[in-house]
Design a protein around this ligand. Sequence first.
Ligand code: FMN
Length: 220
Amino acid sequence: MFFDPGEVGMKPEPFKHTVYNALVVPRPIGWISTLSADGVVNLAPFSFFNSLSADPPCVMFCPNGVKPGTDEPKDTLTNVEATGEFVFNMCTYELREAMIITAVHEPASIDEMVQAGLEPAACEKVKPPRVRNSPIAMECEYLQTVHLPPPKDGTRSNLVIGQVVGIHVDDAVIVDGIIDVRKIGPLARLGYLDYARIAPENVFSLTPPGGDHRYKEKPA
Ligand SMILES: Cc1cc2nc3c(=O)[nH]c(=O)nc-3n(C[C@H](O)[C@H](O)[C@H](O)COP(=O)(O)O)c2cc1C
């Protein structure tokens, strides 16, 4: 089938639900911690998240729409634009239950790390805390918000870009000089209510013909 989303929207026959979120999968989850201007910790998952560049490292995420029942942007966007800082925390399979709690819309006065039973850890260069049990965290300085074409419901779509200024890696996932993703078990977002876990047996290597000078072969 073919459809033009501008003409028929995101739920044409025979789809029962909005289909777009099932079309680009798996998506990494940026679990973003911020501080409000009043110093309250906020934490929320964003699967419209990705790495943008490696040198200098930059990341992006998209806090779209509004807080339910209001015209206000999501707390994460408000906080990033007010303070100029955010932290990417990697979400793992182990942390999935806490992650889903942090997707609940809470008033800005609620500390969402406490709410999800997570322990904060201080960052080095930015004020928002990171999630202590997340094996990888990246401290980010806000660069800019790109305003994407707005949806028909009159809400906003925003792309936030930040530059990574500090990187935390749990020593336990560094094996023989590489990050061993088998020890991390990252969580990825699929469509609808589905997720995927990078299990050790799902990881394999491919080498381009002629080899890749950047990486030596991993032991079998
Ligand atoms: C796995 C997952 C991914 C999500 N990705 C996004 C996203 O990319 N953009 C977005 O606006 N909301 C996304 N959400 C919903 C937000 O996490 C939710 O609106 C959250 O309450 C926002 O919190 P805040 O108001 O504290 O910023 C996602 C939810 C889940 C569970």
